[in-house]
Ligand binder design. Structure first.
Ligand SMILES: [Zn+2]
Ligand SMILES: [Zn+2]
Length: 267
């Protein structure tokens, strides 16, 4: 019982570090930098973040994630949207997510990720089908090696995955629920994206729950477009800029946008 109390106390900083690493890798590196090119990051930061987060926190396939995400923008709220198809219930969305396991070798994944960065050995390694199971093991071994406790390691491993599902539910499902009256919209665009108001959702997703803002202006580094809106991922990005790791362009170079990607693809 005493051990359990210590384990629960130790979970707080551990999950805090995991959140920080995932916010950096998923929201800043993969989403804002690699998928949208809204910010500039040096390669050493991209590949170090990719390696450490995948090995020790949670595996997120860099190539299939970026391809799926670009398809999500190109085909939002249609049957071709890999994130959320129209009129699905939460149970249907969850079942679809659990079944969805694209491979980096799939033709559509390759068409949406022609960028040279995906050929880099580190991205190629973490995009390989073996990386998922391998990282599931190393992510459990890390807390086990630090504490020697398999109970603690299992608690950390399970909590990160449960929170990961919660994050995905907020950003992929609830933040695209305009047809169900959730959240609010600043931009009258043709998809069902909304901005969620919950501070918990905004914190957990590192600002990715402001999907209506992001869908309207995907090349903008910040998802918070109004004074009252909160984008913790952008605050992290500003910190990285302050310590001279990130560069946020005044006007993002629109070298890659969803229209370009869509026109490159035969639906
Ligand atoms: Zn979206
Ligand atoms: Zn996006």
């Amino acid at each position: 019982m005493r051990n359990l109390t210590w384990y629960l106390l130790a979970m707080v900083p551990t999950i805090g570090v995991a959140w920080l690493m995932l916010a950096n890798y998923l929201s800043v590196v993969l989403h804002r930098c690699v998928a949208h090119r809204a910010v500039d990051l040096p390669r050493w930061w991209i590949f170090t973040s990719t390696t450490l987060t995948n090995l020790f926190v949670l595996h997120i396939n860099p190539r299939t994630w970026c391809a799926d995400h670009r398809m999500h923008h190109a085909y939002s709220d249609t049957d071709k949207d890999p994130d959320k198809q129209p009129n699905v219930t939460y149970a249907q969305w969850l079942a679809g997510f659990l079944k969805h396991s694209p491979k980096a070798s799939d033709p559509m994944i390759q068409k949406f990720t022609k960028d040279a960065i995906f050929q880099h050995p580190i991205f190629a390694f973490f995009s390989h089908p073996i990386a998922g199971p391998l990282c599931a093991v190393t992510a459990w071994l890390a807390p086990f090696a630090l504490t020697g406790s398999w109970i603690y390691a299992t608690m950390v491993w399970v909590t990160i995955r449960v929170l990961g599902m919660l994050v995905l539910s907020f950003q992929s499902y609830f933040a695209h629920g305009g047809d169900r009256g959730w959240g609010y919209r600043n931009y009258d665009i043709k998809d069902q994206s909304v901005n969620l108001t919950s501070r918990i959702a905004l914190f957990l997703t590192a600002g990715e729950a402001l999907q209506n803002n992001h869908h309207a202006k995907p090349s903008r580094a910040s998802h918070a477009h109004l004074d009252h809106e909160w984008d913790p991922g952008f605050q992290l990005l500003r910190f990285l800029e302050r310590i001279r790791i990130a560069h946020i362009p005044e006007k993002p170079a629109l070298t890659l946008n969803e229209a370009d990607i869509a026109s490159d693809v035969t639906p």
